[in-house]
Design a protein around this ligand. Structure first.
Ligand code: PEP
Ligand code: MN
Length: 337
């Protein structure tokens, strides 16, 4: 249930309602909008007496939230959430592009990629240090050394960094090197990890599981939000279907749907979404046209030599061309790049 306070409700009245809800054994999450405050109530399983709350001074009305996700829902937080990362704002008018190699492979490879994506106008550098690979015999990432290289690339380019964290115990270490914690598709329902990144109070890039519904994605976000960490960025990265010409089927409809259901920013990963570099450009345009707040794109200086995901990685010059080609699409939907 949410409590919508009157526009002129005083802070004392808000505090009073909050205290009463806590007294009833429920958790309170405040959403302070420009016009009014909305109080989200996470119940204790027992039904609440709505009338009792509605009689309190300063309360306009209460609304039951019937969807299973609450803090992630637009009912609770009508205005868009904007996640600031250094000088960029994810979820604002400006589109945010995160780009870089699938995996950090060496200092030369990472720095070359980092400078190239920065030059082309990317806002955030991506690169995996801990890689979730299907086979235990595939390259698993450079681990802590990869994190150190990301820190070095950040120092050299000034770009903030996003990298994946796979284990709750790795969260403190990854937090010291990364501006955004990435939870990968394979870990979207790793609840211990979701709790850990929620507690980390660091922006989280939450990727949709390859066999997860939109509602399951929002429920995963709810775990993070329930710790008071409201800096969650959702990422559509394709789902498994019967189609085999592409690695995944990129669900573009998830973008406007997520924007309808939730206030959280949504970005799209056309690299994992298609598995083919030739499809990255058209699907990036489609994502921007559909209302995505940004893109996550794999770029490698030498895709043919990549230790992972070479087939879906753009060469730097193609990435630069993509950034140029996206501009008119962004403008057509009222965004900037
Ligand atoms: C990645 O972005 O490096 C990655 C492994 O993606 P996903 O979790 O979507 O497969
Ligand atoms: Mn990859």
């Amino acid at each position: 249930m949410i409590v919508i306070m009157k526009q002129d409700a005083t802070s004392a009245q808000i505090a009073n309602v909050t205290a009463r809800i806590e007294q009833l054994g429920c958790q309170v999450h405040l959403s302070e909008g420009e016009e009014r405050t909305i109080i989200g109530i996470i119940g204790n399983g027992r039904p609440l007496d709505r009338e009792q709350i509605e009689r309190m001074v300063g309360v306009e009305r209460t609304v039951p939230i019937l969807r299973p996700f609450k803090l992630a829902s637009r009912d609770f937080h009508p205005q868009d959430t904007v996640v600031p990362i250094n000088s960029v704002q994810i979820g604002s008018k400006q589109l945010i592009v995160m780009a870089g190699p699938c995996a950090v492979e060496s200092q030369d490879q990472l720095l070359e990629a980092a400078h190239a994506v920065k030059e082309a106008g990317a806002h955030v550098l991506r690169g995996g240090a801990f890689k979730p690979r299907t086979s235990p015999y595939s390259f698993q990432g450079l681990g802590e050394e990869g994190l150190r290289l990301l820190s070095k690339a950040r120092e050299e380019t000034g770009l903030p960094v996003v990298t994946e964290v796979m284990d709750p115990q790795q969260v403190p270490l990854v937090t010291t090197h990364s501006d955004i914690l990435q939870v990968g598709a394979r870990n979207m329902q790793n609840y211990a990890l979701l709790h850990a990144v929620g507690r980390a109070q660091r922006p989280v890039l939450l990727k949709r599981g390859m066999m997860s519904t939109v509602e399951e994605l929002l429920m995963a976000a709810e775990y993070i939000l329930s710790h008071g960490n409201d800096r969650v960025i959702l990422c559509e990265r394709g789902i498994r279907t019967f189609e085999s010409y592409t690695r995944n089927t990129l669900d573009i409809s998830a973008v406007p749907l997520l924007k309808q259901l939730s206030h959280l920013p949504v970005i799209v990963d056309p690299s994992h979404g298609t598995g083919k570099w030739e499809l990255v450009e058209p699907m990036s345009r489609a994502a921007v046209a559909a209302g995505a707040d940004g893109l996550l794109i794999e770029v490698h200086p030498y895709p043919e030599k990549a230790l992972s995901d070479g087939a879906q990685s753009l060469k730097p010059d193609r990435f630069a061309a993509l950034m140029r080609d996206l501009r008119p699409v962004a403008e057509a939907v009222g965004r900037t790049l």
